[in-house]
Design a protein around this ligand. Structure first.
Ligand code: FAD
Length: 356
């Protein structure tokens, strides 16, 4: 019997497990598949607070960036998290300036840079735009790598991770949740954490808990490696890309929207070829790289677009988009709430019982 049983070994479950174990709890993590194989392994991984649909959500994301840096120092993981900043011009014209004004209103550190400066920062970029937004403090993380690093620490302590273990339902003794039923038998714990990302609605329904999700499909591509060609995360109008420490590019088109889903449904290979052509056009020096991996993922998105984090029906739930950005902070806050009954004020707007 463990103190904490975490269902889901994506970046959110891994971070909650890590912080609970660090606080001295005996932790068991179970996953249907493997570590970081869900959305966390199919993500662009941009750590940012450039976009947030409410000020409370912005505050959470902004604080999460600091927590990411602290975690990266703590785990000594420079291969999974890079801090090279972002150059953004996904929108042009009025939309670009609206975004710049919004960042100023929120006092988010940024700089408007012009063609010469963009060229100076990224000499290999063809046709730099007239203006872009530079956010020097942003970064990117490899979700699978970070999940593995977090859980390696759990295992190195008193913890345990069981893969290929599917949770089928929640076990109760009267009103109290006491454990979970899995394909490998029943497991019992004092605290049950549901961090199953896009599968949240289905699994919680077995416990008659309503958490409506509006999960969105997304596609991320990786290329063959080449020599270092860019220094920042590049978010341009038609393709976003970053170069990993191993020389590969990770890239995608847009963060949401029907167009992307249609493109995936119609022809994944044609979509990948189109993205590669855009990368080659933006970065002619990368003309020899080819697509090596195509990752089709499901973004976990609660129905209203905001995270769902907190206690409900005897369980503790954590599911959200932008989980790569939020995981270090959410894991730390969740551990405080789970183990010490603390109520984190910053999470007040994101409780799962808003859907009850
Ligand atoms: C294409 C794409 C691009 C993205 N880009 C960004 C970005 O740039 N920045 C950012 O911050 N976020 C981004 N995201 C979102 C981010 O990746 C997710 O929010 C985050 O990975 C969610 O982590 P998670 O641990 O909640 O879910 P997951 O990583 O999906 O983990 C959930 C785990 O639960 C397991 N599971 C499910 N059901 C069960 C069950 N019944 N029993 C046991 N285990 C179960 C699964 O196997 C899985 O391993 C992107 C996502 C996608 C798909």
């Amino acid at each position: 019997m463990s103190d904490v049983l975490v269902v889901g070994a994506g970046i959110i479950g891994a971070s909650i497990a890590y912080h609970c174990a660090k606080a001295g709890a005996k932790v068991h993590v179970v996953d249907n598949d493997g570590i970081g194989k869900g959305a966390s392994g199919k993500s662009f991984g941009w750590i940012n607070a450039s976009f947030a649909e409410s000020d409370a959500y912005f505050a959470l994301r902004h604080k999460a960036i600091d927590e990411h840096r602290a975690l990266a120092r703590e785990l000594d993981i420079d291969q999974t998290t890079q801090w090279n900043g972002c150059i953004w011009w996904e929108d042009e014209g009025n939309d670009f300036w609206d975004q710049a004004r919004e960042l100023t209103r929120r006092a988010y550190p940024h700089e408007i840079i012009e063609t010469d400066k963009i060229h100076q920062l990224e000499p290999n970029l063809a046709g730099p735009p007239a203006h872009a937004i530079l956010t020097k403090h942003e970064g990117a993380a490899n979700g699978t790598g970070l999940s593995n690093a977090l859980l390696a620490n759990v295992i190195a302590g008193d913890g345990k991770v069981s893969t290929d273990t599917k949770v089928l339902g929640i076990l109760r003794d009267g009103e109290n949740v006491v454990g979970v039923k899995t394909n490998k038998g029943d497991l019992f714990a004092d605290n049950i954490i549901i961090a199953v990302g896009a599968a949240s609605e289905t699994l919680l329904a077995t416990a008659e808990i309503n958490l409506p999700m509006d999960n969105q499909r997304g596609i991320i591509l990786q290329t063959t490696p080449t020599k270092p060609l860019i220094n920042h995360i590049i978010m341009s109008t038609d393709v976003h890309f970053r170069q990993d420490p191993d020389g590969r590019f990770t890239m995608g088109e847009i963060f949401s929207g029907g167009g992307l889903n249609d493109a995936i449904d119609k022809d994944v290979d044609a979509f990948a070829a189109r993205m590669l052509a855009r990368l080659h056009a933006r970065l002619p020096a990368a003309k020899d790289v080819e697509i090596s991996h195509i990752h089709q993922g499901l973004r976990p998105v609660p129905k209203d677009g905001f995270p769902a984090i907190g206690a409900i029906g005897g369980l503790y739930v954590a599911t959200m988009h932008s989980g790569i950005t939020l995981a270090p902070l959410v894991g730390k806050m969740a551990a405080q709430e789970i183990l010490h009954g603390h109520t984190e004020k910053m999470l007040a707007e994101f409780r799962p019982n808003r859907f009850a």
